[in-house]
Ligand binder design. Structure first.
Ligand SMILES: C[S@@+](CC[C@H](N)C(=O)[O-])C[C@H]1O[C@@H](n2cnc3c(N)ncnc32)[C@H](O)[C@@H]1O
Length: 331
């Protein structure tokens, strides 16, 4: 078969693979195998599932290099499967669960989004993802926090490397989730203070984790559509505005602008979508955001958001990684 045709077919059935990974992640197969190889029947007892079906699932995943069946009929971890372990420092287990659960349901309506421009999440759940799905389910909300740490944690090093945070006495993380990023910045800059802003249940979990840097942190639980606390000289928003359409993004940015002093800075941490046909994760993430009701944007589109929010572009810090830093100041 022509390789292009084969690749087309593999891509066409791509959700088979993501849903199989989802099953293995939910069943914690990798955690069970971390203690040593086991048969599907043995894993099925621990995972409380149907042994023959689990065997079929693991055989299919093994054909993709995720798990491996030994000659003795046991399954074992492969390098790829290691990343499904809950205790792996660079693991993706919670991300695999989160992205293939309610968001997968929303993706079933992606055709509707492309036809109408409307959010698939709204169509399916009757509201935005955070208030209509996560806020109603604390377990899913906690899984989402961990998923964000797993998928975006790698960006922290880029943020520290490509932006000078040392000039700020107080840094606010707007929609900061678990606080992983803000705490890492505060650890690197021991004289700085922080403000973590997110929905009340998210902030409560972050505070309860008692990270050492949280001693230098104020915790603000509330909606960034209502207001954002003043007092910081830098407000950063990582993967916040991509969740929202332009009108909602402008509301969030205006709330930040209202909190900012004249010398304060606002930093959007997102990938500015580049021109051209080159592979770029943000171009795929953009379709996930279409389902959610938001979008990834070009630098010009961020600049327009700033202008509409009483801000102006100060500097674009591109990075070779999955995110850039886009700095604005009061207009
Ligand atoms: C995509 S996550 C990004 C989390 C974190 N900034 C990161 O980069 O990993 C979006 C965050 O926005 C928060 N959020 C959603 N709606 C909010 C609202 N109305 N007010 C405050 N935070 C909100 C969510 O709870 C979540 O932590």
């Amino acid at each position: 078969m022509h390789t292009d045709r084969l690749e087309m077919l593999q891509m066409t059935t791509g959700y088979w693979v993501s849903k199989m990974i989802y099953c293995a992640a939910r069943l914690k197969v990798a955690d069970h195998l971390a203690r040593g190889p086991a048969t599907a029947a043995e894993i099925a007892v621990k995972s409380e599932c149907h042994a023959e079906s689990l065997h079929r699932l693991l055989r299919a995943l093994a054909s993709l290099g995720i798990f491996r069946e030994t000659s003795g009929g046991k399954f074992e971890l492969t390098p790829k499967a290691q990343y499904l372990r809950s205790d792996h420092v660079e693991g993706v287990r919670d991300f695999a669960v989160m992205i293939n659960d309610d968001l997968f349901e929303a993706w079933c309506d992606i055709y509707h989004s492309v036809k109408t421009g409307e959010s698939a999440v709204h169509k399916r759940f009757g509201g935005d993802f955070f208030s209509a799905v996560l806020s109603k389910n604390p377990d899913k909300s906690a899984t989402f926090d961990r998923a964000m740490e797993q998928i975006h944690g790698v960006e922290i090093q880029l943020m520290l490397e490509f932006y000078d945070w040392s000039r700020f006495a107080c840094i606010a993380d707007v929609g900061g989730g678990s606080g992983q990023t803000l705490f890492a910045i505060l650890e690197r800059h021991p004289s700085a203070k922080g403000i973590l802003i997110d929905l009340p249940d998210v902030v409560s979990r972050a505070r309860a984790a008692q990270h050492p840097a949280s001693k230098r942190c104020a915790f603000h639980g509330g909606s960034f559509f209502d207001s954002v606390p003043s007092g910081a000289d830098c407000y950063f928003l990582r993967h916040i505005v991509h969740d929202w359409n332009d009108a909602d993004s402008i509301k969030i940015l205006r709330a930040c602008r209202a909190a900012m002093g004249k010398d304060a800075r606002l930093v959007i941490v997102e990938k500015a979508i580049p021109q051209g046909n080159e592979p770029e994760f943000a171009k795929l993430l953009d379709i996930n955001m279409l389902a959610i009701g938001g979008k990834e944007r070009t630098l010009a589109q961020y600049e327009k958001l700033f202008v509409d929010s009483g801000l102006k572009l100060a500097q674009h810090y591109p990075t070779p990684g999955p995110t850039d830093l886009i700095e604005a100041r009061p207009a």
